[in-house]
Write a protein that binds this ligand. Structure first.
Ligand code: AQP
Length: 358
């Protein structure tokens, strides 16, 4: 437990094809946390260039699309902070400091790098390898205590905690002498540190939404098959078609959650239904236990269209006025920079750089 004011931070990459997994695993939860926390939500555009060369015009459109998705889903950019990462240069500078804290061995263990780099690692960008140091900087620039993410980001969050813990430990005397320590619980001990040990908020029936074509792969923006994902701008007919064609199996749905074991596609579709309905899998099976997919799939398609449709049309309305979105991002970036600049100045002062506080 951190004895530091609670603050939520999270981000989404503007890499196109924003999908139902991003919405249910992340954005929907961002919206829910607004009532209980101060929240900072970021379009992490610096991350978007780590793996693929982005077309400049498309990248700008995708940054606006993610911003529109945040707002159309219910994030309030006045009460909370919504901005794009590249407008706050402190992220990149803090990432450098953290890349000197993180160890090669830690980075080498990151499964996302292994998956994305594929077999020919020599051709992967250095940025793809050091990505988790930038992600730690995104979070810790705001000394965020909680980060809502999908299951796939769990390992990166653990690395963020490792970086915070090592920094706090390496500089403990200096943090103490500058009076910058905040009491925080590490195991059984209460220690003074500067960076909080951020907690991931992962869970619910949609923590890992799987591909509609293959229940063993997560729903992803970069899957070559359009049928593998529902994108947030799909209309009701497209959603209906994708769910009709979604891989399932020959059996009826079970009445108990245990009956979904060994049936990844059925488990995924029930999980999506549960998340959209704001219930759990048991609740869905209470209504649909014993039903064939021929009955369940149309109900799921109808529900998905009902939930996604209004968000998509609000996204379209917002995207029709890019200057409004750009102005939201500018204002949000100015507010974010005020916080991040203070953290960076403290971190540089702790390390011992001259002139850190300007
Ligand atoms: N399938 C998913 N189920 C639940 N949550 C998911 N997230 C991503 N996919 C799923 C969560 O969405 C947030 C934003 O993700 P991101 O855009 O930052 O990066 P990503 O995880 O790389 O997204 P993709 O769709 O999987 O892209 P590619 O194809 O490039 O790998 C994060 O909180 C993430 O956990």
């Amino acid at each position: 437990m951190n004895i530091i004011p609670e603050r939520v931070f999270s981000g989404v990459q503007p890499t196109g094809n924003l999908h139902l997994g991003n919405y249910l695993g992340a954005i929907k939860r961002f919206v829910e946390l607004q009532d209980s926390h101060d929240c900072i939500y970021c379009v992490v555009d610096l991350h978007a260039i780590t793996n693929v060369l982005q077309d400049p015009v498309e990248l700008a459109a995708n940054i606006r699309e993610v911003t529109a998705a945040f707002i159309a889903s219910g994030i309030d950019p006045e009460k909370h902070i919504v901005f794009n990462q590249s407008q706050v240069k402190e992220h990149a500078e803090l990432a450098w400091l953290f890349s000197c804290v993180a160890r090669m061995g830690w980075m080498n263990r990151m499964t996302q790098f292994k998956e994305k780099a594929g077999k020919d690692r020599e051709k992967a960008s250095v940025g793809l390898f050091t990505y988790p140091a930038l992600m730690a900087a995104d979070i810790l620039a705001y000394r965020a205590t909680h980060v809502p993410v999908g299951e796939d980001q769990k390992q990166h969050l653990e690395l963020t905690r490792d970086i915070a813990q090592k920094f706090n430990h390496d500089y403990s005397d200096r943090i103490e002498s500058l009076g910058l320590g905040v009491p925080m619980q590490v195991g059984d001990e209460t220690v003074n540190g500067y960076f909080p040990l951020t907690e991931p908020l992962i869970g619910g029936p949609a923590a890992r939404v799987m591909s509609l074509r293959d229940g063993s792969k997560k729903m992803s923006k970069s899957d070559p098959s359009d049928l593998s994902r529902i994108v947030m701008t799909d209309d009701a007919d497209t959603i209906g078609k994708k769910i009709r064609k979604a891989k399932s199996d020959a059996d009826a749905l079970p009445s108990e959650v245990e009956g979904l074991e060994g049936r990844p596609e059925a488990d995924n579709l029930v999980g999506i239904f549960a998340a959209l309905m704001e219930t759990n899998k048991a609740g869905v099976l209470k209504d649909f236990g014993g039903a064939e997919f021929s009955k369940f799939k149309p109900a799921l398609a109808e529900l998905a269209a009902e939930r996604v449709g209004p968000i998509a049309s609000e996204m379209r309305r917002l995207q029709s006025d890019p200057s409004e979105i750009d102005s939201i991002l500018k204002k949000g970036s100015d507010r974010a920079r005020d916080i991040a600049a203070q953290t960076l100045a403290d971190a540089k002062e702790i390390i011992g750089f001259i002139g850190a506080r300007g």
